[in-house]
Design a protein around this ligand. Structure first.
Ligand SMILES: Cc1ncc(COP(=O)(O)O)c(C=O)c1O
Length: 364
């Protein structure tokens, strides 16, 4: 609390990011859904070509070359893409652009009760009313729960986080068509981690109210450069640009633009990396199930797994042994660990430790 902060900042409960190890600290880091593999070699080549002298100049406000590469990657037009400084920023701008303040409308933004924990923070920060919609059994999102409920907008992650489950694009379409006056934000941060994935990008011409949010932090191994983008109808994208230009007209720096462009153009590498992660996830999930864990089907680069032993204790014991996974100390979520899929070597080490921990707990 401070008398120098306004009421909003005094009252808000900010988002808490996953623990970052201290410089030099050696850990197996499986707590923030980063990619265990390095970015494409094309990224290294792009970095080597950067002309240092150009850094005197402001970057391209629209990130035109990244937009071109993203449009090619997603099979849409350049007018359908908006770039920002990480998808968190794009999400924040989208909340500001598409959802209405409490003072202007009594209508809430709808979001699942268990989803990305930044959404409630954005709604507080922008003073937007929110209403959570309960997920069904095993964290399944039912599209019917978003039909006939008055709202000023809808947001969910698909696949959802931290639950790891996905809904079909036909369900996204159902939600968007049932709510033609609202924007439906579909956060596809983890979409690449399903074998034959479908994306709501295929709907943007038919459903002009769908705004898909993408990140390069996960499947492209680029959490360190901060690049996210939105895909939607030209009308939605124009709205995002208006908000950006009222806030920060140069959100993506020159280096990030070069790196992101190179990564988006290397589709072969993207596919090779995501296949490795998918196959590691499959064997690791079945090993955990053999140990008595309950593991909802995952479409993401992480598992949301319920251990057969006390979850908080297991989390702490892993942490003490230098393995970071994510634990949410809140009802229901505190029965699960969210475990990022790392390399086979990392997952083997984690598995050995978990096996021992479960054995110790059973014998105590
Ligand atoms: C569902 C979801 N959306 C968005 C983000 C933010 O990603 P970025 O690194 O692009 O800000 C995350 C990060 O973990 C996430 O889990």
């Amino acid at each position: 609390m401070s008398k120098y902060w306004n009421k909003l900042i005094n009252d808000i409960e900010p988002y808490v990011a996953g623990e970052q190890p201290k410089p030099g600290q050696k850990v197996i880091k499986l707590n923030t859904n980063e990619n265990p593999y390095p970015p494409s070699r094309k990224v290294k080549e792009a970095l080597a070509k950067i002309n240092i002298s150009d850094l005197r100049l402001y970057p391209d406000t629209n990130s035109t070359d990244v937009i071109k590469a993203a449009a090619k990657f997603d099979g849409v037009s350049e007018e359908n893409i908006f770039c920002g400084n990480g998808s968190d920023e794009v999400l924040a701008i989208a909340f500001q652009t598409f959802f209405e303040k409490k003072a202007l409308t009594g209508l809430p933004v709808l979001m699942p009760d268990y989803s990305y924990s930044f959404y409630p923070v954005f709604s507080e920060f922008y003073d937007i009313r929110r209403q959570t919609v309960a997920l069904r059994e095993d964290f399944r999102l039912d599209p019917d729960d978003y039909i006939g409920v008055p709202n000023c907008g809808i947001v969910f992650a698909n696949p959802n986080a931290p639950t790891s489950r996905a809904v079909a694009v036909s369900d996204v379409e159902k939600i968007a068509k049932a709510n033609p006056d609202s924007v439906v934000i579909v956060d596809e941060a983890y979409v690449a981690f399903e074998e034959n994935y479908e994306t709501a990008v295929s709907l943007i011409n038919e459903c002009r109210n769908i705004c898909v949010i993408r990140t390069l932090s996960k499947a492209f191994s680029l959490a360190g450069i901060r690049l996210g983008y939105a895909v939607g109808s030209a009308e939605l994208i124009e709205g995002l640009r208006r908000a950006r230009d009222s806030f920060n007209s140069y959100p993506v720096d020159r280096i990030a633009q070069k790196v992101a462009e190179a990564a988006l153009l290397d589709v072969d590498y993207y596919n090779a990396t995501r296949s490795k992660i998918i196959s590691t996830r499959k064997w690791f999930a079945s090993e955990l199930e053999n140990l008595g864990f309950k593991v909802p089907p995952s479409s993401a680069n992480f598992l949301f797994a319920k251990p057969p032993v006390d979850c908080g204790t297991l989390y702490q014991n892993l942490r003490n042994k230098g393995i970071l996974v994510r634990y949410f100390d809140k009802p229901v979520l505190n029965e699960y660990l969210r475990i990022t899929v790392g390399t086979d070597e990392e997952m083997n080490k984690l598995f050995e430790v978990i096996k021992q921990e479960v054995k110790n707990a059973e014998n105590s």
